[in-house]
Design a protein. Structure first.
Length: 170
């Protein structure tokens, strides 16, 4: 950790953005513990980063780094050998931090979308970014982001409609 780091600044940024970073990580890796590890790694990397122009620059940087770390996680996971769980081990489904209980069903359905669609939809609706802002964060053209958002909405509507029809979001 650099000697000239402002610990109060770091603490403020961590408090302000931890929930957002966790939600993005969890939305991508789908495992609470892995998402928590990614959050820690993102903020360690943040503490080593150079000065930022503004809090918006920090937020965009955190989103980009989180998404990249999730991609790296998937590459490592895909290349590793998996070991089946012993049948005697019971798995507990934990409620992830930062995911409000009433939105849990929506997050579950959101995770069924392709990762690009999922991230764009999340950034647009949950974080309030515009298409040009998302394009800048993800380093894609606005046309690509518009297409992904349109396809995400198209794919997500039937999923939500079915759950609404069954009365799961009342």
């Amino acid at each position: 950790m650099p000697a000239d780091i402002d610990l109060m600044y770091v603490e403020r940024i961590v408090k302000q953005y931890t929930t957002m970073v966790f939600r993005i990580a969890y939305n991508n890796v789908k495992i609470v513990e892995e998402a928590e590890d990614i959050v820690q790694d993102v903020f360690v990397k943040f503490m080593r980063a150079k000065n930022f122009e503004s809090d918006e620059h920090v937020k965009a940087w955190l989103i980009r780094v989180t998404i990249n770390m999730c991609k790296n996680y998937h590459l490592l996971f895909r290349n590793s050998k998996t070991v089946p769980l012993d049948e005697n081990i019971s798995c507990i489904s934990a409620q992830p931090q930062g995911v409000h209980e009433e939105f849990q069903g929506i997050y579950e359905e959101l995770r069924k979308l392709k990762v690009n669609y999922r991230n764009v939809l999340y950034l647009y609706y949950f974080e309030g970014y515009t298409i040009p802002e998302i394009a800048k964060i993800l380093k894609k053209s606005t046309g690509t982001i518009s297409t992904w958002l349109s396809r995400a909405k198209k794919n997500f509507r039937p999923i939500l409609a079915e759950r609404l029809y069954r009365g799961e979001f009342e």
